[in-house]
Design a binder for this molecule. Structure first.
Ligand SMILES: NC(=O)NCCC(=O)O
Ligand SMILES: [Zn+2]
Length: 483
């Protein structure tokens, strides 16, 4: 069946204009005037934008002795309800486990996804098997690899492993990702705080100051540069980390930074709430920061030194958070955010003048589609693109409350925030998943999106690496050895 979106204003990362959008099956087939189809979607007073892409989610993730509570069904329903039409989750092999086995496990989990999805692969250990399997992982369309510099004794990799993995990424044209926090320093600070009797959720923030993030970000950038690889820094939360990214980009390095909507909007005072549950529900790594850091992140988005706003959606119930009563290091790290990312960012970004509408589209969709090499299939309103489209009503308001959310957990870190600007209709590859603000997502509709290595970036980096490679100087008249 064909569909046409009529009377709306199209907003993309580059421009804003009036036109109708014609959809056949799962694709956009025409953009123009006076287009007609079997089914008409009225977009009067609305903006028509590419569906959001959240490149950082953890659905049903085994972590800190439990599993994150949203699975691919509830997580992607939550995503669609807030205008996100694609998520990128993580295959997480346990130390020693085959990467290919981890892909099979995640493929079994994702069968009921309501929107399209892709994966990053986490590098949780290093060895010949991992080195070899990385090629097969890339061949299967997973072209980005996450490295945890934190979570010592669990997921953390050391510099030696990271350098080897980044070099392998460079060979394969893959993109390394880092969770940048100095895990050794964090582990020592945690023990010190506990020994001093600081066992509450506020100690989580004390144990992860911005310096541990700035140092790790800078280290990862330098290691990636030496390996000849680009670098994507996930959940950039502070000026120290942003500064390292900004400096690297000014030097011409291909480094990308991703703040989360939570870090942009929620600050460290959340951890000092008298209510233990309130504070623990907001425990995530890196932790929320103060207003100066938030200002730095907002500035980075409009200046272009930071490119993407994600959520790192990793939702735990209150009961799960209570595993850490008496020892903050046992509170499962992670917060939700998938369904609120776009409405909160629009309200706090576009409605305040911090972002233009076009910048909003860039940081929620188009930039990451380009970085992940899936543009313009995703992240664009052009003929031939997947019909992942939001019809956005800028006047619609709601107060965020956990009682009305799609996510499976029992609270919402944005509880009580009034948003203005919501998705009225959402299409996922041509299927209507939200109609007049009502969620109609279909489990099983989502498909895996395979990705190709980014040839242009890897060609540029390998050409440069070859030009500056060490070369033996051929000399005449070498003196005799002095021995
Ligand atoms: N960020 C967080 O606290 N939890 C999710 C896992 C991770 O990405 O670190
Ligand atoms: Zn992380």
């Amino acid at each position: 069946m064909s569909k046409v979106i009529k009377n709306g204003t199209i907003v993309t990362a580059d421009r804003t204009w009036k036109a109708d959008v014609l959809i056949k099956h799962d694709k956009i087939v025409a953009i123009g005037h006076d287009l007609h189809a079997d089914h008409e979607i009225d977009a009067t007073g609305c903006y028509v934008m590419p569906g959001g892409i959240d490149p950082h989610t953890h659905l049903e993730m085994p972590f800190m002795g439990t599993y994150s509570s949203d699975d691919f069904e509830s997580g992607t329903r939550a995503a669609l309800s807030g205008g996100t039409t694609m998520v990128v989750d993580f295959c997480l092999p346990s130390p020693g486990q085959s990467l290919l086995e981890a892909i099979d496990m995640w493929s079994n989990k994702s069968t009921r996804a309501c929107c399209d999805y892709s994966y990053h692969m986490a590098i949780t250990w290093w060895g010949e098997q991992v080195f070899n399997e990385m090629q097969q992982v890339v061949d299967k369309g997973i072209t980005s690899f996450k490295h945890f510099m934190a979570y010592k004794g669990a997921l953390m990799v050391n510099d030696d492993e990271m350098y080897s993995s980044f070099q392998r990424c460079a060979e394969l044209g893959a993109l390394p990702l880092v969770h940048a926090e100095n895990g050794d320093v964090v582990a020592q600070l945690q023990q010190k705080l506990l020994a001093e009797g600081n066992d509450g959720p506020e100690a989580h923030a004390y144990s992860r100051p911005p310096e541990v993030e700035g140092e790790a970000t800078n280290r990862a950038i330098m290691i990636a540069d030496m390996a000849g690889a680009p670098l994507y820094v996930v959940h950039t939360s502070c000026e120290q980390s942003h500064e390292a990214i900004r400096r690297a980009r000014q030097k011409g390095m291909r480094v990308y930074g991703e703040p989360l909507v939570q870090h942009l909007v929620l600050d460290e005072s959340e951890y000092f709430d008298k209510d233990w549950d309130h504070a623990a529900r907001r425990v995530m790594s890196p932790p929320f920061r103060n207003k100066q850091h938030q200002d730095s992140l907002w500035a980075g988005l409009s200046a272009g030194s930071l490119q993407v706003v994600a959520t790192d959606h990793c939702a735990f119930t209150t009961e799960q958070k209570r595993y850490g009563v008496g020892d903050f290091t046992k509170i499962p790290n992670g917060t939700g955010g998938l369904e609120d990312r776009l409405p909160v960012l629009w309200t706090k970004g576009v409605n305040t003048g911090r972002l233009t509408m076009n910048e909003f589209v860039a940081v929620t969709s188009t930039n990451i589609a380009k970085i992940l090499n899936i543009y313009p299939k995703k992240g664009a309103i052009v003929e031939g693109a997947d019909a992942d489209i939001i019809v956005w009503d800028p006047e619609k308001t709601k107060t965020i409350t956990s009682g009305a959310q799609q996510s499976a957990i029992d609270y919402n870190v944005f509880e009580g925030i009034e948003v203005k600007g919501l998705p009225k209709h959402v299409l996922t590859r041509g299927e209507i998943a939200v109609e007049n603000f009502a969620v109609k997502a279909k489990p099983g509709h989502g498909q895996f999106v395979g990705r190709e290595p980014h040839q242009a970036v890897s060609k540029a980096l390998s050409t440069w690496k070859e030009l500056v490679a060490p070369r033996k100087v051929e000399r005449t008249g070498i003196p005799a050895s002095g021995v």
